[in-house]
Design a protein around this ligand. Structure first.
Ligand SMILES: Nc1ncnc2c1ncn2[C@@H]1O[C@H](COP(=O)(O)OP(=O)(O)OP(=O)(O)O)[C@@H](O)[C@H]1O
Length: 248
């Protein structure tokens, strides 16, 4: 279970003084659930996801993942424990150029102290499922955007995290790669795993996610199933909902 209560984050800004990127966000995610995080540019999606991944400190609030408490004030040991159960992929995740895709996955699996036989079996399974046979043994600096993203997703999943956080995982992919990646993510669902999936593509949010979280100007405006969100917003479609937000 992921419990988020009153999470906020304020950044100092030289020009405006302060940016309230996230304001008092609260929500829950049950085991097996996938939540789609929607919001316009600058809405606060990455800020929320980075806090969940413990790579960014919150200014206030609490979160717990399967009973493990996140310490806002920065208790590294406590946050490190959570990190072991989280997989995080952001749009800007980089790869080591002088490693092959396979070496990259081996490196991260070994960092998580995975059993070697289990690691190799998992890599083989991922390579087959995501169609990576042709490039997995090449250096990653020769990869296309789609090839890089496939390795990045596998890297986030290699240790079998309870919470998988995907921040714009399919941005920049061609339609075929996008479909392959979303189908793979769908298959990676299991009754224990929770997923947070931020995207600008409504079709992905609708097809992959059990519930939606709509952030606007740092505020979690709507949350629930798509039907519930549309009812709360009194809209017929997500396009209509966002057209309304864009005007506010
Ligand atoms: N390190 C920072 N310093 C100052 N302001 C920041 C910082 N990081 C984010 N912000 C601001 O916080 C707000 C939320 O940014 P965030 O990146 O979370 O939005 P987002 O919803 O992920 O946007 P996008 O869809 O464009 O990726 C924005 O106004 C952004 O400029």
């Amino acid at each position: 279970m992921l419990l988020v209560e009153g999470l906020s984050r304020t950044f100092g800004d030289a020009r405006t003084g302060e940016v309230h990127a996230l304001k008092n966000a609260s929500f829950e995610l049950a085991p097996g659930e996938t939540a789609g995080l929607l919001g316009m540019n600058g809405a606060g999606k990455s800020t929320l996801l980075r806090i969940l991944a413990t790579t960014l400190k919150a200014s206030a609030g609490t979160l717990s993942l399967n009973g493990l408490e996140y310490k806002v004030e920065g208790d590294e040991q406590a946050n490190e424990k959570i990190r072991h159960h989280v997989g995080f992929l952001s749009g800007s995740t980089g790869l080591y150029k002088r490693m092959t895709g396979k070496e990259t996955l081996e490196f991260f699996g070994r960092m998580c102290s995975m059993d070697e036989a289990e690691l190799q079996a998992k890599i083989e399974d991922f390579v087959t499922r995501l169609g990576m046979v042709d490039f997995i043994d090449r250096y990653t600096d020769k990869y296309s955007t789609g090839q890089k993203q496939k390795v990045n997703i596998c890297r986030a999943l290699i240790h079998g995290p309870d919470l998988l956080i995907l921040d714009e995982a399919t941005t920049g992919l061609d339609p075929v790669a996008r479909l392959q990646v979303t189908e793979f993510i769908q298959k990676m669902r299991n009754p224990q795993r929770m997923m947070m999936y931020s995207t600008h593509y409504f079709d992905e949010a609708e097809n992959l996610c059990d519930k939606l979280l709509v952030l606007h100007q740092g505020v979690l405006m709507y949350s629930g199933t798509k039907k519930e969100v549309l009812e709360q917003a009194e809209c017929q479609s997500l396009s209509e909902l966002f057209a309304g937000l864009a005007k506010s």
